[in-house]
Structure formats: structure tokens, C-alpha cells
Design a protein around this ligand. Structure first.
Ligand SMILES: Nc1ncnc2c1ncn2[C@@H]1O[C@H](COP(=O)(O)OP(=O)(O)OP(=O)(O)O)[C@@H](O)[C@H]1O
Length: 580
């Protein structure tokens, strides 16, 4: 609950107002029965209408105060709870944006969504109940019990005997319901995950006729969630009858005892009426208090889940040094293993690439090519060795300045909902139409964009479903080119292009070559033959590093890759054509 207080204390003035309005409400709710008791005993019983007139004005005044108190209470509690939930959501979102890939993978996307939406909502409901009712409850309980005791001590003992039974019932409920609430939230995470996987992978599921399996998988989780919720609701539904049973028992006992006392003249009828009112308020306040107690485990689970996110520090911490245009990258004995894996994915990698050079990275699938370029964008840090950019350790560099100096095209192009123009100018909202068109032209995307009805203003559907794989790749390449940075990293970004477009794209990039560093991860040999240096990876180790002719003669792995895609004749023809 530390989290709720941490976010709520910011609204001190509203909290104070909420507290003050509680007293206004309590005054009306408990003051009126006290005055009515007097009106009955001194006015009606003694046949004195002047008492009724006198008290009538006060009752009206207190009622008006009560209405003001209730309205103010509703206003303050709603403002505070909705603002706190807004703040929590914003804090979680902003904090998550700073997570490295390792933390993202630790929580998982589905769980992050549930935490930001559902858990924050649970906290809002809980806070609203606390501020609206639970702050009122202690005041009402204390004042009611005081009035009950002052009215009649023998009758008050009945009330004092009933309350502990209710409190014990609620404490037991809280104890048994906490694990159910936790299961509920976990199950919601799992359902979200399945839903997400199914919605984004619907084509694969359909093409493999796997709907029945997925339906079963979802139904199983749904059943588990429902069973936990049903158990929780069953427990909750037992508490109401228990409460009203205890309240009715107490009322009967009070009526019985008060009739004896009335007979003896030990109490007046007005006092009995007021006593029953006090009893009702005391019990209702105990019930509200208990309700908060019952909601506590669920809200506590949600608060802990949000705390876990907010307390997780990103393993990638930005350095302070800003960097200019990237002109040199050097890796020194870099090794890396993923946080969730024990084995090295990269081992002892060293190389250097400078402005004006094109470095190609090739190797079998799973050899660590993508991992290597992710280290350059500092999505992860090496577990051993260091990476130097312009001679400075990458860990000392300001992250946003580092990333703004590179154009990174990931293996899986990601499209955002919005126009083609917005997708290319992503992060550069002020980019002119001319610069966007120029980037699209180099990326060989302009032709297909101009053929569309609304050209650059054409809307891209969620996940880019209205674009082909090659079109998405070209838009991502244009997005990187628009940054006009010193370093371009293409992680297998030409794979969906046909040979002709691939060649045209490489030719269009050529004029930029003297001024930039190109790092190209590729599976297709023809894409990388013109690279200044080729890095051959095998099981995370460098097994070859040099130009195409050198490697073709000296590196067996490279030669094998080349000959798996080109005939010896084609290789010779290429060598003659390029004079290599
Ligand atoms: N996030 C991750 N967590 C744990 N292991 C990972 C993660 N990403 C990749 N790996 C593992 O690291 C190894 C290298 O993966 P990587 O994606 O770098 O290979 P790659 O050479 O780019 O493969 P491909 O050519 O198929 O894209 C693989 O064994 C892979 O299973």
C-alpha cells in the first residue's frame, strides 16, 4: 500500500477537504437522530409543540450541511482516485519506456498491459471506496459508539458484543481471499497473452487449422479465471448474510431489553428510536470498514504488481556524454549471453568499422548476427569486453544522443497506425514532405507509395496488415534514411525484396557511402559482395573477417555459404566484373 500513499499524498489539499467533508456528513447522519429523540421525548411525549418548532430549524440546517458534506466528499474522492490512477498509469508507462529489452522480456507484453490497465483500475476502485466511505467509517463508528454508550450502557453492551464477531469474520475472509485475488490477476495476464498471440497470429492459426487447439487453450484459462472469481464471489456473498444476521440478532436483543427498560422507566421512547439509528450507523460503518478490508487483498496484489514494475531498474543506464556524428565503431573482445540464458550467444568478438566503410555480417541462422547489432544500438550491454563509439565507451554515452545518430532497421519491420508519411517521419514530426519523399525514393518505396490513392497520406493499418513484407521493409528503410545519420544498421532488412529492387536500393545508397558507416546483416550473398569487410559468424564466434575475395579463398564457412547460393561460374563472373 506504500504505492497508493506515495501517489495520493500529492493531493494534500483535496485530502484535507475530503476529511473535513466526512465530519459534515457524520454531523448530519448522527445529529439528526439525536435531535429527533429530543423532539419525541420533549415535544411529542410532553405535548409541547414549541420544542418541535425550535428543533425543526436546526434539523433543516443540519440536513443542508449533510448534503454539502456528501457532495464535497463525492467530489474529493472522485478527483483524488481518478488523478492518482492517471498518475500511476503515466508513471508505469514512462518507466516502461526506459526499460531495456531484458526488462521487457522479464515482464512480458501481456502482463505489462494488464498491470497498466487492470491493476491501476483496481487501485482506483479501492481508493475511491477508502476516500468516500472508509474515511467516514472510523468517525461514524467512534461517534456512534460514544452516543450509544451515552444513551444507555446496558443496551450498548449488546452492540459491543456483536462487533468483534463481525470483525473476526472479515479478517478470516481477507486471509482466505488474498491467494484467490492473486490467482485472478495472474490468470488475467495469461488470458491477455493468449488473446494477443491469437489476434496477431490469426493467419498462422487459420492456415494450420489450429483454431480448436487455441479455443481449448483459451477456454482452459478462462475456466481457471472463472473458478477463482466464483470462489471469491461465493466468499463475498457469505459475508452479507452473516452481517445482517448479526445485525438482526442485535436489534431483536435491543428491542427486548429496551421494552423491559421502558416498563421500568429507565429509558424514554425517543432514546430508543435514536439508539436504533446509532446502531444502524455503527453497524453500517463497520460493514464499510469490512468491505475495505475485503477489497484490500485484491488492491494489494495490484499495487504490488505495479510496484514491481516501478521498482525494476533498467539494466541499461544512460551515460552523460553526448555524441556527434558516428565515425568509428570498435568492438574489443565482446561476449554476450541473454539474461535468461546461460550460454554465450556471442564470444570474443573484435572488429572495427569506420566512416566510409560497409561491413556485412553473415552466418548461419542463430549464429548471433541480430544480437551483435542489438549491442551496437545498446538494447543490451555486453557481458564481457567493450564497445567504443568514436573512441568512447558506449556505456558512457547519452542513450538518446547515441540512438539519434543511428538509423536502425530491425529484422521485423514495425508499422504504426497512421499515414505512410507519419510512419516514415516517425520521431521526426517536423520532417518536410520533400525529405520524406527523398528518403522513400532512395529506399525504392516512392513508386508504390505514389501508386496509392492517397499516396503519402494513405493510412497504414494496425501492424501494417495492408502492406506487403517488402513494402514494410522499404518504409522502415526510408524511416532510417530520413535521420541522415552517420551509422546505418540493416538487420536482414532486404530479405523480402526481389533481386532487382535489392540491387536498385544498394545502388541508390551508394552516394551516401563515403559519409556513413553501413552495417548490413544479410542471408543473401549477393547483398553483401560489395562490402568492404565481411564478418562471418558461426555459433557466436568470428570465423572469418575480410573482403569477399580473401574470405572466399581462406574461410571454409564463408565459401560454403557463397556456394550454397551462387555457382562457381557466377562467383567468377562477379570477380571479373568488379575486378576483385
Ligand atoms: N531475447 C532472447 N533471449 C534469449 N535468447 C535469445 C534471444 N534472442 C535470441 N536468442 C538466442 O540467441 C541466439 C542468436 O540469435 P540471433 O537472433 O542473434 O541469431 P541470428 O544469427 O540473427 O539468426 P537469424 O539469421 O535466424 O535471424 C539464438 O540461439 C537465439 O535463440
Amino acid at each position: 500500500m506504500k504505492l497508493i500513499w506515495q501517489f495520493t499524498r500529492k493531493y494534500k489539499k483535496l485530502l484535507l477537504l475530503d476529511f473535513v467533508s466526512v465530519f459534515g456528513f457524520a454531523l448530519a447522519e448522527l445529529g439528526i437522530p439525536t435531535l429527533i429523540a429530543q423532539m419525541i421525548d420533549q415535544g411529542i411525549n410532553r405535548d409541547d409543540p414549541s420544542v418541535l418548532y425550535r428543533f425543526f430549524g436546526i434539523v433543516v440546517l443540519i440536513s443542508v450541511l449533510g448534503v454539502c458534506g456528501t457532495s464535497l466528499l463525492a467530489y474529493c474522492s472522485t478527483r483524488i482516485s481518478t488523478n492518482v490512477t492517471y498518475d500511476i498509469r503515466e508513471a508505469v508507462f514512462n518507466h516502461t519506456m526506459r526499460f531495456s529489452h531484458a526488462e521487457m522480456e522479464k515482464f512480458g507484453v501481456a502482463s505489462m498491459i494488464t498491470r497498466t490497465n487492470n491493476d491501476a483500475y483496481q487501485i482506483m476502485v479501492f481508493l475511491q471506496t477508502i476516500l468516500r466511505s472508509a474515511m467516514l467509517a472510523p468517525v461514524m463508528i467512534v461517534v456512534s459508539l460514544l452516543l450509544v454508550t451515552m444513551t444507555s450502557l446496558p443496551l450498548a453492551t449488546i452492540v459491543f458484543a456483536t462487533i468483534p464477531v463481525i470483525v473476526v469474520g472479515v479478517v478470516l475472509f481477507a486471509k482466505f481471499s488474498a491467494p484467490l485475488s492473486e490467482n485472478q490477476q495472474k490468470s488475467l495476464d495469461a488470458m491477455n497473452r493468449i488473446l494477443r498471440e491469437n489476434l496477431s497470429g490469426i493467419r498462422v492459426i487459420r492456415s494450420f487449422n489450429n483454431e480448436p487447439f487455441e479455443q481449448k487453450r483459451f477456454a482452459k484459462e478462462n475456466e481457471w479465471y472463472t473458478s477463482q472469481t466464483t470462489r471469491l464471489f461465493k466468499m463475498m456473498s457469505c459475508t452479507d448474510p452473516l452481517f445482517f444476521f448479526m445485525m438482526n440478532l442485535a436489534t431483536i436483543a435491543i428491542y427486548y431489553l429496551s421494552s423491559l427498560m421502558l416498563g421500568r422507566g429507565a429509558i424514554e421512547i425517543g432514546q430508543v428510536v435514536a439508539f436504533i439509528e446509532y446502531l444502524f450507523h455503527a453497524m453500517m460503518s463497520v460493514l464499510v470498514f469490512c468491505m475495505v478490508f475485503m477489497m484490500y487483498p485484491r488492491a494489494n496484489v495490484s499495487a504490488k504488481r505495479i510496484e514491481a514494475v516501478l521498482e525494476t531498474k533498467s539494466t541499461i543506464v544512460s551515460g552523460a556524454q553526448r555524441i556527434g556524428r558516428i565515425e568509428d565503431i570498435r568492438l574489443e573482445h565482446v561476449s554476450f549471453s541473454y539474461p535468461n540464458g546461460e550460454e554465450n550467444v556471442l564470444t570474443d568478438i573484435s572488429f572495427e568499422v569506420k566512416k566510409g566503410e560497409k561491413l556485412a555480417v553473415i552466418g548461419s541462422t542463430g549464429s548471433g548476427k541480430s544480437t551483435l547489432v542489438k549491442l551496437l544500438a545498446r538494447f543490451y550491454d555486453p557481458t564481457k569486453g567493450r564497445i567504443l563509439v568514436n573512441g568512447k565507451n558506449i556505456r558512457d554515452l547519452d542513450l538518446s544522443s547515441l540512438r539519434s545518430e543511428m538509423g536502425f532497421v530491425s529484422q521485423k519491420p514495425h508499422m504504426f497506425k497512421g499515414s505512410i508519411h507519419d510512419n516514415i517521419a516517425f520521431g521526426l514530426e517536423q520532417a518536410s514532405f520533400e525529405s520524406v519523399h527523398e528518403a522513400a525514393t532512395i529506399a525504392q518505396a516512392a513508386d508504390f507509395i505514389l501508386e496509392r490513392d492517397e499516396q503519402y497520406e494513405e493510412e497504414i493499418a494496425e501492424e501494417g496488415t495492408n502492406l506487403s513484407g517488402g513494402q514494410k521493409q522499404r518504409i522502415s528503410i526510408a524511416r532510417a534514411l530520413l535521420k541522415k545519420s552517420g551509422l546505418y544498421i540493416y538487420d536482414d532488412s532486404f530479405s523480402a525484396l526481389d533481386f532487382k529492387t535489392d540491387a536498385k536500393l544498394r545502388a541508390a545508397l551508394e552516394p551516401m557511402r563515403p559519409d556513413s558507416i553501413f552495417i548490413v546483416v544479410a542471408q543473401r550473398v549477393s547483398t553483401i559482395l560489395d562490402a568492404d569487410k565481411i564478418l562471418v559468424l558461426d555459433e557466436g564466434r568470428i570465423v572469418g573477417y575480410g573482403s569477399h575475395p580473401d574470405l572466399y579463398d581462406s574461410c571454409a564457412v564463408y565459401r560454403e555459404i557463397v556456394l550454397s547460393q551462387l555457382s562457381e561460374k557466377e562467383v567468377r563472373a562477379y570477380a571479373e566484373k568488379t575486378d576483385l
